[in-house]
Design a protein around this ligand. Structure first.
Ligand code: ATP
Ligand code: MG
Length: 311
C-alpha cells in the first residue's frame, strides 16, 4: 500500500498536556482506522479531547490509562456505540460516523467486550455462531446446519491454536481466558480487520493472561489491526507495537515500541509525581516498607527520547 499523504499529523508535536507525542507507527501501510483530534462530550462532561490514534494492519495498538481516562469512550466511538463530538474518525482513509455497532461491523471492526455477550448455557460451537448461524435446506424447511457449525468452530479454534476438549460443553464452563480466546477466534473467522479488546486480561491471572496475549499476537499475525485496551503496561509491552496513554481524556503519550522501554511505560502509566506522593503517604504508615520503591527522580524522569522540535 502507499504512504498516507493525507495525514497532517505525521510529525512529532506537542500534546495537549505538553507531553511529547511521538510520530505514529511508520506509514508502510495506510491505517485501517484513524482518529484525528477526536473527542467526545457527554453533555457537559468532556470525556475525550483531541485524541490522535492510528491502527495499522498486522500491528497491536495499545491504549493505556487509569480509571476514567477515557479508554472505553474511545473504543465506543470506533465500535459505533457512540459518536465523536469533535475531530475526525476515518476508516480506510475516509471520514465516517457510525450510528450503530452494525455499521462498524460491516467495515470489519469487531469488538470483544470484557463482559462477553455469550449465552453461558449454550455449547461453545453454538456461541461461536450466535447471531450468524449456518443453515441448510431450502426455505421454508431451512434448518440449522449443526454438523457444519461444529466442524467449522472446531477448525477455526484449532487454526488459532485453541484446543478445547469438547465443543459441546456450555461456554459458561470455560475459564474467562478461554472465553476471550473463543471470542477472538470468532471475530477472526467472521472477517474482522480491526479487533478491539477492552481490558481482556483485567480479570485474569498470570497464566490465563498469557494465553489471551498469545491469541492477540495470533490475530496480529493474521494481519488484523488490534486495539488492546489495558491498565497493565507489562501486558501491553509483551505484544504491543504502539502505545498510547490516556490521562483525563487526553492522549499524553503516543510512542512506537522502539522509542520506549517497559520501565518508561510503567512509570508513565503510574504517573511519576502521583506515585511519589503515594510513596510519601505510605512512608507515614507503619509496617510499609517504601525503601524498595523507586526514587521520585526516577519516576518523574522524561519518558521518551524527544524528537526534534520538542522539549
Ligand atoms: N455515558 C456517560 N455519561 C456521562 N459521562 C460518562 C459516560 N461514560 C463515561 N463518562 C465519563 O467519561 C470519563 C471517561 O470514562 P471511560 O469509561 O471512557 O473511562 P475508562 O478509561 O474506560 O475507565 P475504566 O478504566 O474505569 O473503564 C469518565 O469521567 C466517565 O465518568
Ligand atoms: Mg473502561
Amino acid at each position: 500500500m502507499t504512504t498516507d499523504k493525507t495525514s497532517p499529523q505525521s510529525d512529532t508535536h506537542s500534546g495537549t498536556h505538553g507531553a511529547v507525542i511521538e510520530d505514529m507507527a511508520p506509514d508502510t501501510d495506510a491505517p485501517l482506522v484513524e482518529l484525528r483530534g477526536a473527542g467526545k462530550a457527554y453533555g457537559n462532561i468532556r470525556a475525550l479531547h483531541g485524541v490522535d490514534l492510528r491502527v495499522h494492519p498486522g500491528q497491536v495498538t495499545c491504549v493505556l490509562g487509569d480509571n476514567g481516562a477515557g479508554k472505553s469512550t474511545l473504543i465506543k466511538i470506533i465500535s459505533g456505540l457512540h459518536q465523536h463530538t469533535e475531530g475526525d474518525f476515518l476508516v480506510d482513509g475516509a471520514p465516517v460516523r457510525f450510528s450503530t455497532p452494525r455499521e462498524a461491523l460491516d467495515k470489519g471492526i469487531a469488538t470483544v467486550y470484557q463482559d462477553l455477550a455469550v449465552v453461558p448455557l449454550m455449547p461453545v460451537w453454538r456461541n461461536f455462531f450466535l447471531g450468524s448461524e449456518m443453515t441448510k435446506g431450502p426455505w421454508p424447511v431451512r434448518r440449522l446446519d449443526i454438523e457444519r457449525m461444529k466442524k467449522t468452530a472446531d477448525e477455526e479454534l484449532r487454526n488459532m491454536g485453541i484446543v478445547l476438549d469438547d465443543l459441546e460443553q456450555p461456554i459458561g464452563t470455560l475459564s474467562g481466558g478461554q472465553r476471550q480466546c473463543v471470542a477472538i477466534a470468532r471475530a477472526v473467522y467472521f472477517g474482522a480487520r480491526v479487533l478491539i479488546l477492552d481490558e481482556p486480561t483485567a480479570a485474569l491471572g498470570v497464566k490465563q493472561s498469557g494465553v489471551v496475549l498469545k491469541y492477540i499476537a495470533a490475530a496480529r499475525d493474521r494481519g488484523l489491526g488490534v486495539i488492546f485496551i489495558t491498565h497493565n503496561p507489562h501486558h501491553a509491552y509483551m505484544v504491543g507495537d504502539h502505545f498510547s496513554v490516556l490521562r483525563l481524556g487526553t492522549m499524553e503519550l503516543s510512542a512506537e515500541r522502539s522509542r520506549i522501554t517497559l520501565d518508561e511505560l510503567t512509570n508513565h502509566m503510574a504517573g511519576g509525581a502521583e506515585l511519589a506522593a503515594l510513596k510519601h503517604e505510605l512512608s507515614q504508615v507503619s509496617g510499609v516498607d517504601v525503601e524498595e520503591l523507586p526514587e521520585e527522580e526516577d519516576l518523574t524522569a522524561p519518558v521518551v527520547a524527544t524528537g526534534e522540535g520538542a522539549s
